[in-house]
Design a protein around this ligand. Sequence first.
Ligand code: SF4
Ligand code: FES
Length: 248
Amino acid sequence: MDIKVRVWRQTDPDTAGKMVTYGVKDISPDASFLEMLDVLNESLILDGDDPIAFDHDCREGICGACSMVIDGVAHGPEKATTTCQLHMRHFSDGDVIDVEPWRAAAFPVIKDLVVDRSAFDHIIASGGYITAPTGAAPEAHATPVPKADADLAFEAATCIGCGACVAACPNGSAMLFTAAKVAHLGLMPQGQPERDTRVIDMLQAQDDAGFGGCTNMGECSQVCPKGIPLTLIGRLNADYRKAVRKKI
Ligand code: SF4
Ligand code: FES
């Protein structure tokens, strides 16, 4: 495949960026999107140009690092995937593909396609933990958990913190991410002691970090590579109302 990519180039957070067009030739349809960028970067380096900075780590859909907006969609056109798991066969020979960083006030651009997602770390640090003693693995039936709760907690725990939900949201809201973290701990018996403070503190940290409010657009769930359901935001809101009422 021969394609063109229009990539956001920005040297640092304080310099204005712009889209720059590059041609990429002889790309296998079985190459991943990141492998296509690797090929492009090799040619840029050979030409003495600055390679395109982009985040990646596992390249297996696990770490959530490979954040970029492709043709206006977080992680690109294939539904429920990460950029590292997106393959060039989803594009056609001759395509011109736009590649941009996450666009959100709380995720400032560091360079090119790399954004600072440490705002997510601040939300986690504010309440994404339990104080129940850990240590050796307990006997499996020592703490009974209803199957439905265990399944939903597991589903929520699959959130990889990629930030696609924020990038897709017109408000730049992190509600789906925070809802997943609050649910995965709040559904388990071990997560109960901090359940009320957790939801209040994590939502406060979310506001403090500059994320927008949720207006139920639903874009977040549509692009989530792990299929985190929108219903968890309803659960988060219910938990929040209960916690605030108890505090009053
Ligand atoms: S909720 Fe989905 S889209 Fe948002 S950070 Fe978690 S895995 Fe990524
Ligand atoms: S590089 Fe880890 S999820 Fe894409």
